[in-house]
Design a protein around this ligand. Structure first.
Ligand code: UDX
Ligand code: ADP
Length: 463
């Protein structure tokens, strides 16, 4: 089947950028991205392309190129489903907060709603593509819903996990390491796979497009994220040992990373990984393993999360201990709130948990992040339900100017590795702070020697 019409349900961090790039690279395909969230769709359609709801380097340019030509954003979900030959499901799959699997399993209610809606609306055969990260065997559930509630039309379910990382989404989409497409072994399944291969073939070379069965594809996504997260927890575990022994974790990471079998990427010690994927996917993996009675497998992967939680807590504890065991009433400035640089996404950001700990210790938190609003910071803290929203509001203030955020502070903590932080006038910041002026670099991005020469009491991770 030659694909000319695609619909994507979910205009978030995955659906938005992925569809924008497909539309840019395939001008002959009409791509419609739909979402229930009217505000989000309005932002995607904003006349000023710089107001699109997701900040990603290069994304505004791609959207400007294709929007209105063959890229459309709409809240009319039924219409887009009815018209499309291929429907990508890119809705959120948060960790369950209730019932069986609470805190571990993925909540698939949004996926199920999509499947039911696709079944109700479709009057012709369709290919349905899982884009969201999902537990293994979700495709089976989607197929069951489609086949039992549909209008007798045929559905082919493909798994096509997204490997883009936020902050580099556009380059990752334009030059992917690989595209993975899982489908059914039947003739129809293979034809559906080929249709999607052809879409990606417009800009990705065929040798980078892998086709597998559905379960391998679903499990590969969880495995990739688990392996990446495991590297970070491994180096973070070494960071504490380095602090105790006088080794430097950056030097250790460099030394081991030069071993071509290990490789240099994802070995940067930090305050802990965040983002919407790593924790959720590992919890998912743990839940699946446990549900098959594979307790050793489950415990092995769970340790990656335990180490990450420990690393975040260790950072806040270090701040409290260094500030003479009390931060009560002290201004502590957070530079960065996003879970990594070059994104406005804050899901599972280490900053949220470090702030929560310090507010428990009665600190006053000042936040500066180039892309995150005060509203978002408060919403993130309120989501934890540790205390009332009024108390959070009393404890946290966001600033538009980093120098104002740091003025009068007892300590500064770097939570996100934004490049701009390395270019600040640190002497000016030092002069405006309480003394001794403490600086906790949770990302190891600043120059220790220079900062110590200015007078800062500077502490990095793992040295
Ligand atoms: C991740 C995967 O990389 C991507 O393939 C998948 O599609 C989605 O999940 P993402 O969460 O967007 O992408 O960002 P990533 O670059 O993986 O960083 C995740 C977290 O790990 C961030 O908080 C980052 O700061 C942290 N990190 C990353 C480290 O602490 N050290 C590192 O060396 C690398
Ligand atoms: P991701 O990072 O996986 O892209 P996001 O939360 O950024 O996750 O985006 C998911 C989007 O999916 C949200 O904008 C949400 O409103 C949308 N969504 C969830 N369920 C549905 C649905 N049934 N129909 C349309 N959109 C949906």
């Amino acid at each position: 089947m030659k694909i000319t019409k695609i619909c994507c349900i979910g205009a978030g961090y995955v659906g938005g950028p992925t569809m924008a790039v497909i539309a840019q690279k395939c001008p002959h395909i009409q791509v419609t991205v739909v979402d229930l969230n009217e505000e989000r769709i309005a932002a995607w359609n904003d006349k000023d392309v710089n107001n699109i709801p997701i900040y990603e380097p290069g994304l505004a340019e791609v959207v400007a190129d294709a929007r209105g030509r063959n890229l459309f954003f709409s809240t009319d979900v039924d219409k887009a489903i009815a018209e499309a030959q291929v429907i990508f499901i890119s809705v959120n799959t948060p960790t369950k907060t209730y019932g069986k699997g609470k805190g571990m399993a993925a909540d698939l209610k949004f996926i199920e709603l999509c499947a039911r809606q696709i079944a109700r609306v479709s009057k012709e055969d369709k290919i349905v593509v899982e884009k969201s990260t999902l537990p293994v065997r979700t495709a089976e559930a989607i197929k069951s819903i489609l086949d039992h509630t549909g209008n007798g039309v045929q559905f082919q379910i493909l798994s096509n996990p997204e490997f883009l990382a936020e902050g580099t989404a556009v380059t990752d989409l334009l030059n992917p390491d690989r595209i993975l497409i899982g489908g059914d072994a039947s003739d129809e399944g293979q034809k559906a796979i080929q249709s999607l291969v052809e879409v990606y073939g417009n800009w990705v070379s065929k040798d980078k497009i892998l086709t597998t069965n559905v379960w391998s594809s679903e499990l590969s996504k969880l495995t990739a994220n688990a392996f990446l997260a495991q590297r970070i927890s491994s180096i973070n575990a070494m960071s504490e040992l380095c602090e105790k022994t006088g080794a430097d974790v950056n030097e250790v990471a460099k030394a081991i990373g030069m071993d071509s079998r290990i490789g240099a990427k994802f070995l940067k010690a930090s305050v802990g990984f965040g983002g919407s994927c790593f924790q959720k996917d590992i919890l998912n993996l743990v839940y699946i393993a446990k549900s098959y009675g594979l307790n050793e497998v489950a415990d092995y992967w769970e340790q990656v999360i335990i180490m990450n939680d420990y690393q975040k807590r260790r950072f806040s504890n270090k701040i409290v201990q260094t500030l003479y065991n009390t931060v009560s009433g002290k201004k502590i400035t957070f530079l960065g709130w996003a879970f990594k640089k070059d994104t406005n996404d804050t899901r599972e950001s280490a900053a949220i948990y470090v702030a929560d700990d310090l507010i428990n210790e009665q600190a006053q938190i000042a936040v500066f992040d180039p892309k995150v609003s005060q509203k978002k910071v408060l919403a993130d803290l309120n989501y934890l339900e540790t205390r009332s929203s009024d108390k959070n509001e009393d404890s946290v203030t966001s600033f538009e100017d980093p120098y104002q955020a740091c003025k009068g502070a007892h300590a500064i903590a770097i939570l996100t590795e934004w490049d701009a932080f390395t270019e600040y006038n640190w002497q000016k910041i030092y002069d405006s702070m309480q003394k001794p002026a403490f600086l906790f670099d949770g990302r190891n991005i600043l120059n220790a020697q220079e900062l110590r020469a200015i007078g800062f009491v500077y502490q990095a991770i793992g040295s």
